[in-house]
Design a binder for this molecule. Structure first.
Ligand SMILES: [Fe+2]
Ligand SMILES: [Fe+2]
Length: 302
């Protein structure tokens, strides 16, 4: 008799990348944590307790995803991935071609109700546009998840998405599923486990290695073409321990602190603009092709 395989696929525990994003929305609901009584401050201990509750009620696939992420994202892993992917030797594509390429990502989402990657990006950009933000901000909304093409280069989910965190120094206990870090080999290395670890205080995030994923990859693609504010949004949009939990200030410099206002301004567009009204891609395409051409060359190396 065939035994039923109840173990999730270790390479792809999530049915689709949205499972991670849905979990983020559970943890950070749109209207924030509601205090028990009006005008009552949110008790930080209570917040921590709620955080743990999200862990205990998380789907097994999400739990497994974080287990793999926290186990495998070591300091050395991040260096190796930077070496592997920041030589941009895989493809030559325009931004629009990369968007279409990302859209070929096939996962277990429902094509009738779930948004494709391109639709999510267009919805994000369209909401930013409706709110009257500058053109570079709209463009940032359009491209912010393009780094997810790493999945199409064969990378596992845990090395593409997930809340990012610094490697080479102590893990903040505000990082979700913090307990899983005990399986990370870096947690046995005392040099990596002090508050600043291999870094120096207030050294600036540009000198800090974050766990590897779609944010860092796209930052390096875009860094010569977009304003600093946009690059912060791209590079740190998954750095929830910092932009939502206020952690790691001891590694940030003055510019980081200022620029994180933009990262926080971007976050609601990323998390909360998903709705089931599908944007009309072909209708929107001319506007976005023109916007892309304003900032980017015709072809980029990926
Ligand atoms: Fe993202
Ligand atoms: Fe996104």
């Amino acid at each position: 008799m065939a035994t039923q395989d109840t173990q999730p696929n270790t390479n792809a525990p999530l049915a689709n990348l949205e499972e991670w994003e849905d979990f983020l929305k559970e943890r950070y609901p749109e209207n924030g944590a509601v205090p028990a009584k009006p005008f009552q401050a949110i008790d930080p201990d209570k917040k921590k307790e709620q955080f743990r509750n999200y862990e205990s009620t998380a789907r097994p696939s999400v739990r497994e995803f974080y287990r793999l992420n926290h186990h495998n994202q070591t300091f050395d892993f991040v260096q190796a991935k930077k070496k592997e992917f920041l030589s941009f030797s895989r493809r030559e594509m325009s931004i629009w071609e990369a968007l279409e390429y990302l859209n070929t990502l096939v996962d277990d989402s429902d094509p009738d109700t779930d948004l494709s990657q391109l639709e999510h990006l267009l919805q994000t950009a369209e909401q930013i546009r409706k709110d009257g933000h500058p053109r570079w901000f709209i463009l940032t909304g359009l491209i912010h998840d393009l780094g997810k093409i790493l999945c199409l280069f064969g990378e596992p989910q845990w090395a593409v998405v997930g809340d990012t965190f610094p490697v080479g120094c102590a893990y903040s206990d505000k990082i979700v599923f913090h307990n899983f870090f005990s399986d990370n080999p870096d947690s046995q290395n005392p040099a990596f486990q002090t508050r600043t670890g291999v870094y120096s205080g207030r050294c600036g995030l540009d000198n800090v290695n974050l766990s590897w994923g779609h944010d860092e990859y796209l930052y390096h693609i875009a860094k010569d073409y977009l304003p600093t504010e946009a690059l912060y949004m791209i590079r740190y949009h998954s750095f929830y321990p910092a932009h939502r939990e206020g952690e790691y200030k001891h590694l940030m410099n003055e510019q980081d602190e200022k620029m994180f206002d933009w990262v926080r301004a971007f976050n609601p567009y990323d998390l909360y603009t998903k709705n089931h009204e599908k944007p009309k891609v072909e209708q929107l395409r001319p506007f976005y092709e023109e916007l892309i051409a304003e900032y980017f060359p015709a072809k980029l190396r990926w």
